[in-house]
Structures are given as structure tokens and as C-alpha cells.
Design a protein. Structure first.
Length: 401
């Protein structure tokens, strides 16, 4: 069995996913091309040695459709012999692309791959690809699928997380992310985005709100109460009849932000790395995908993490740093409670509540942040995990080399 090593990880800054966001002017294929060029230049990479490009995207239509992985490889000027594949595992698409690349390497059938994700949420709106789970009432009612925001409120209701706890977590994310940004903790991985004239479009994450306070967060209205009243609260209570009502505590301030971004990693085996002069930064110890109950949905990280830990022969206490995607505050708090994680080693540089969640790209960004921080702290083992629609979860465990 070949070991799968991560040689490099790059990402764009996250731009606000609105028409006024800095990256709105940049097409998603250009975001990917900039990352391909960055990997090539930073590693003096002979691109003809790359066996495949795997790109995750949660809304693979329009400018992000048509196998953007292969399109970006051609557009970036990489050899036509390099194939490409686009995958969709909802929000975990970027992390799953890395896991899939690692599996290819470990099989011995491929030696060097590029994997990651992209999402331009300002140009390709979330869920614009449709789908039966969202848009077909017959399917929706049969599987008892509810919107993610209502699911997050369902978790907080069951776990008895009140609004203050939820907002306190969100404030911590903002404070940690701003500190990390100011201290330069993200600088190794972030590749600034320039226009055709060489002028800077964006060189740091722009969704952060360092001016946030608990008082300001507490004044924001619940974002998903109206959806709940449309029948989704009733659907949740049918599945969890011990509840009398759903407490709606998630707002725009304690949920992940809509942003644009892309990220890629370079993965391969030891022999190929040595032949190309690539220095391994980390190896992937285990990768796992799993799923949980559809209505509560955002707890899929729990079974996928248990599965990954078992595959790696580890226990929760062996993990030095955790990166749990902050799609909403409550699922992270539930995950922390389940695995009894010390607050000092969980999402230490903030997360998607502060920096935003570019869906298909977020998993790649989580992993790059995790590896950077393990190196900075001179620690060994880290775990990144993401929940998705449909109850799924994806987890990756890495060890520094």
C-alpha cells in the first residue's frame, strides 16, 4: 500500500458572495486556473507528471458545470494528457476530492494528483442546479428533508443550546479568525487574486466582521423561523415527537457566510515526490464518508469521524487539532460535546461563520488551514470534517511528516 502525501496546499482569499464582493468579477474557472498556476510555480512542477485533477463543486452548473476540472486544466495551459474530473458531495465536495485523490495514490494506480474545489456563489447561486431532494415535494416529504437552517435549530433545541451559547461561539469564531488574519497565520496558503493588469483584486478574506459584539449578534433576528412556519418545524417534530416546538436561534451572524473561493492541494506518493523534488508536508492517515438521519442532517460528521478514527487506529484524545466546518454554530457544539474536545484545540483560527463557506472549496481550505497550524504549533495529528445535505459527513485525518 502506497502512502498518500500532501506536498502543497493553496487557496484564494474568500470574497463576499454578492455582486459587490471582490471576487464577483472573477470567473470560477479563473479562480481555479490561478490555483493551478500557483501549485505549478511554487513547486517547479512538471505538470505532465500529474495523473489527474479532481475538483469538487456543490453547484456544478453554468460557469461551474461541464467538468470544470478538465476545462481549467486546459485553460491553465497544462498538457492535454492531464485528465480532470468534477465531483459533487454537496458542501464536502472539496474534502472528498482530496480523499478520493489519496485513495487513488494508495491504490498504487496513480502517483500524483491535484485535488480541491471551487465555488463562485456570487455568480452561480446556491441550489441553482435544482435536484429532487430540494425541489420535488414527493421526494422531500418521503425522506422528511428540511432546510439546513431549520435542521441547525433542531440540533440546538434537542441539545438545549440557547441563543447566548450560539452567539458566543460565533463571536469566538470572528475573534479567532481576525487574530489569525492579523498575525499572518493564513499567509502561507493564500494566493492573492490579481486582475489582468496585475492589480490586486483581493489578498485576504473579506467576510470577517471583527467589530462583532455579543450585543450586536443578539439583536439579529432568527433567520429560519419563517421557513419553520411553512411546515418544516412540523416535519422535524414528526421525526422527533418528544419536542413541543423548535427554538430558532440561528441568524446571519452565527451561520456560515456566502462567499466565493477556490483551493487545491498537490497529493502523491513518496517515490514521485522524490523524483520531482517535492517535499511532503503531511500524510493522510485516514479518510471516511458516512451518513446520518436526513432530517437532523448536520450531524453526519459524527459517524464519519468515528469511522476515520477507527481506520487510523486512533482515539479522539490522539487528535492535536480539530477543524470542524462551521456551517452553523450548533452542529459544531454538538460535535464538540460528542467527542469531548477542549475548546483550545477546536477551530483555533475561526471558521466559516467568520470567513465564509464557499461550499465546494471549503474542505480544501479547512485542510490547508489545519496543516499550516499544525506546522506553526509543531504538533502532529489533525482532523478536518464537514457535514453536508442529506445527512452525510466527510472526515480526513492527517499527520505531519
Amino acid at each position: 500500500m502506497q502512502e498518500a502525501y500532501i506536498f502543497d496546499a493553496v487557496r484564494t482569499p474568500c470574497g463576499r458572495g454578492k455582486v459587490y464582493g471582490s471576487l464577483h468579477e472573477v470567473k470560477p474557472i479563473d479562480l481555479l486556473c490561478k490555483m493551478l498556476h500557483a501549485l505549478q510555480e511554487r513547486n517547479s512542477l512538471d505538470t505532465k507528471e500529474v495523473d489527474d485533477i479532481i475538483v469538487g463543486c456543490a453547484t456544478p452548473v453554468g460557469e461551474q458545470g461541464g467538468n470544470i476540472a478538465k476545462s481549467a486544466g486546459l485553460y491553465a495551459g497544462w498538457p492535454e494528457t492531464v485528465p480532470g474530473m468534477q465531483i459533487n458531495r454537496f458542501c464536502a465536495s472539496g474534502l472528498e476530492s482530496i480523499n478520493l485523490a489519496a485513495m487513488k495514490v494508495r491504490s498504487g494506480w496513480e502517483q500524483l494528483l491535484v485535488a480541491g474545489g471551487v465555488e463562485s456563489m456570487s455568480r452561480v447561486p446556491m441550489r441553482s442546479d435544482g435536484g429532487a431532494l430540494y425541489n420535488d415535494p414527493a421526494v422531500n416529504s418521503k425522506v422528511n428533508y428540511i432546510p439546513q437552517g431549520v435542521s441547525a435549530d433542531l440540533i440546538s433545541t434537542i441539545e438545549q443550546f440557547d441563543r447566548t451559547q450560539i452567539d458566543q461561539y460565533a463571536l469566538q469564531s470572528q475573534q479567532r479568525a481576525f487574530h489569525a488574519q492579523e498575525a499572518g497565520y493564513f499567509d502561507r496558503s493564500i494566493i492573492p487574486v490579481y486582475d489582468i493588469n496585475g492589480l490586486t483584486i483581493l489578498d485576504k478574506d473579506e467576510h470577517l466582521r471583527p467589530e462583532s459584539t455579543l450585543e450586536v449578534l443578539g439583536q439579529l433576528p432568527p433567520a429560519f423561523a419563517a421557513l419553520g412556519k411553512q411546515g418544516f418545524d412540523a416535519m422535524a417534530i414528526i421525526r422527533y415527537p418528544f419536542l413541543n416546538e423548535i427554538e430558532h436561534v440561528h441568524t446571519a451572524g452565527n451561520s456560515s457566510g456566502i462567499v466565493d473561493g477556490a483551493g487545491l492541494v498537490l497529493i502523491g506518493n513518496k517515490e514521485k515526490g522524490e523524483a520531482l523534488g517535492l517535499k511532503p508536508r503531511a500524510r493522510i492517515l485516514a479518510a471516511a464518508a458516512s451518513s446520518s438521519e436526513t432530517t437532523i442532517m448536520l450531524q453526519g460528521t459524527i459517524p464519519s469521524t468515528k469511522k476515520a478514527l477507527k481506520l487510523a487506529g486512533l482515539e479522539a484524545k490522539d487528535i492535536n487539532l480539530w477543524e470542524v466546518n462551521e456551517a452553523f454554530a450548533a452542529p459544531v457544539l454538538k460535535f464538540q460535546r460528542t467527542f469531548d474536545i477542549d475548546n483550545d484545540i477546536l477551530n483555533v483560527n475561526g471558521g466559516a461563520i467568520a470567513m465564509g463557506h464557499p461550499l465546494g472549496a471549503t474542505g480544501t481550505m479547512l485542510l490547508s488551514t489545519l496543516i499550516d497550524e499544525l506546522e506553526r504549533r509543531q504538533l502532529s495529528i489533525g482532523l478536518a470534517t464537514m457535514c453536508t445535505s442529506g445527512g452525510m459527513g466527510v472526515t480526513t485525518i492527517v499527520e505531519l511528516v
